[in-house]
Design a binder for this molecule. Structure first.
Ligand SMILES: [Zn+2]
Length: 264
């Protein structure tokens, strides 16, 4: 049982020759195998809509809706866009606001614009009662300072790249961390340290597919079926069995996103 807490099946690579199964075919085969939950993360209005559509098509698919820091500069009507995100967040399969955050690596949007959208969407999470999925690339200080201002919401650091010390602080505040295939990379020392620092009941796993395929598939098109390599690495780091890490991270995901599978 694997739960992929962060994927982008709306990405055009899944509709290209790289994926001969097509998006629907691939998802059908994954859900028939050991993948028992996926959150597709929206990054702009178009991919949020596609995330909702995928969640309507597949029982075990859920959606996160939000504007990514690299996309927010494209919108001038912030209030109008936030209104649309708010409406989408009321969908029964929408389980989080995301992915939102700060990206100072690519800096596609000016920093002050990124910050304004990040703050406003955390407010939206607060109002909607949903947790938030956080993207943090080279912006650790500002991300942490912003999250700290919101006491009533839970967030997950997606594809966690925070230091072990920050992970300790965040999990003490009730927040979760999610590890991607980058946990298996040779240069992943600090990510491994972060995984060591996180309590077992606040860790989740993800693909961020089609990006970040784990070793031994690094560089190829990633998908949720390859997540077993990340789970194996995490099991070894935490000193538990593969079956246990799958069960624990699955249950953590249901709890974090407020999903009651028995109801479905
Ligand atoms: Zn992502």
């Amino acid at each position: 049982m694997l739960f992929d807490t962060h994927a982008h099946y709306d990405d055009e690579r899944f509709s290209s020759d790289e994926n001969p199964l097509s998006v629907d075919g691939l998802l059908q085969s994954l859900f028939a195998d050991d993948v028992k939950g996926i959150v597709n993360a929206g990054t702009n209005l178009d991919t949020c809509k596609k995330s909702i559509e995928l969640s309507e098509k597949f029982d075990m698919m859920y959606a996160a809706v939000g504007i990514h820091p690299s996309d927010c500069f494209k919108y001038s009507d912030m209030d109008g866009v936030l209104q649309k995100i708010s409406e989408m967040s009321k969908h029964e399969k929408a389980v989080a606001i995301g992915e939102i955050g700060l990206d100072y690596h690519y800096d596609f949007s000016p920093k002050d614009v990124q910050k304004r959208w990040f703050y406003a969407q955390l407010e939206l999470a607060e109002q909607s009662g949903l947790p938030a999925v956080i993207h943090d690339r080279d912006a650790h200080g500002d991300v942490f300072d912003t999250i700290r201002q919101f006491r009533n919401i839970k967030v997950v650091m997606h594809s966690c790249s925070e230091s072990a010390e920050t992970v300790k602080q965040l999990t003490r505040m009730g927040h979760y961390v999610s590890f991607s295939g980058s946990l298996t990379f040779k240069n992943a020392k600090s990510v491994v340290e972060a995984a060591k620092a996180a309590p077992l009941d606040m860790i989740m796993i993800e693909t961020d597919c089609p990006y970040l395929a784990p070793v031994p598939h690094r560089g190829k098109m990633n998908h949720s079926g390859l997540m077993r390599h990340t789970a194996e690495a995490l099991a070894e780091i935490k000193g538990v069995s593969y079956d246990d890490i799958c069960r624990i991270t699955y249950e953590n995901a249901l709890r974090f996103f407020g999903i009651d599978r028995k109801e479905k």
